[in-house]
Structures are given as structure tokens and as C-alpha cells.
Design a protein around this ligand. Structure first.
Ligand SMILES: [Zn+2]
Length: 141
């Protein structure tokens, strides 16, 4: 059984989708919370070094960028409106400020969004995690 993770003390497993999501958002292994979920900026580790969970079977696809763009758009809208009302700033300066802020926000949100999507897929047993969900493992109905 190559995808089998090591058995864990039930106290270490997350007890809700919220706690699994928090671990994923902070870049920790959603199953054990003991080590890093990501090997690189957006590439999850093959297997957790502590609990052995295989994270290569996730299928986050385009959902994390969608979340990052959605949140960035909503956070940037009032900033763009306020900057647009300013008569002190030239148009090129407003454009430069908006581009830098938007790119920075997207870059800052992408990894937490991907961690959240992977954690939610694992908790619910979606995609590659079908048949061994975190919810079932933790004994949550
Ligand atoms: Zn782990």
C-alpha cells in the first residue's frame, strides 16, 4: 500500500475542517501539523516527513489562483477607487502603485490558498484523497 500514511495518535489529527484548514493556510502538514507542507513556494512535499502522508496526490489545479485573484480584487477595489479620486497623483503613478500592490497581494495569498485547498481536499477525501479522508481518519461524522 504505497500511499499509506503512518498511523497517528488521534490527539495529533485535526478535529475539524477548520483546524485542518488553519494548518494548510500556515503551510503546515494538514494531517499532523508537525512540519512543512511546501517544498517550494507552490510545490507541496511528496510526503510528510513526520506522518508519511502523500501530498503529491492532491489536485488543487486552478482553485488557489482563483481564490488569490478573487481576494486581491476585493481588497484592491477600494484602493483603486480612492487612488482614482486623487488629483495629486498622475495616472501613471496610480497604475504603478496598483500593479505593485496587486502583484504583491497575489504572491502573498497564493501559497496559503493552495495550502487551504489541499487541506480541504484531504479533509473531505476529494480527488486523490478519495477513500482515505482526514474526516474519516479523525472519526468526525
Ligand atoms: Zn504530516
Amino acid at each position: 500500500m504505497p500511499d499509506a500514511a503512518l498511523p497517528l495518535d488521534p490527539a495529533i489529527l485535526p478535529h475539524s475542517a477548520g483546524s485542518a484548514l488553519r494548518r494548510g493556510i500556515t503551510g503546515k502538514c494538514p494531517r499532523c501539523g508537525g512540519t512543512h507542507l511546501f517544498a517550494k513556494l507552490l510545490k507541496p512535499v511528496e510526503r510528510c516527513r513526520m506522518c508519511g502522508q502523500n501530498w503529491s496526490i492532491h489536485s488543487a489545479d486552478d482553485f488557489p489562483p482563483y481564490i488569490a485573484i478573487l481576494l486581491t480584487g476585493h481588497l484592491m477595489a477600494p484602493v483603486i477607487i480612492l487612488l482614482g479620486q486623487s488629483e495629486a497623483l498622475p495616472q501613471w503613478a496610480i497604475m504603478a502603485i496598483v500593479l505593485v500592490l496587486a502583484a504583491s497581494l497575489i504572491a502573498a495569498i497564493l501559497q496559503p490558498a493552495k495550502g487551504a485547498v489541499i487541506a480541504l481536499q484531504w479533509w473531505l477525501g476529494l480527488q486523490g484523497f478519495a477513500g482515505h479522508s482526514g474526516k474519516a481518519e479523525a472519526g468526525v461524522a
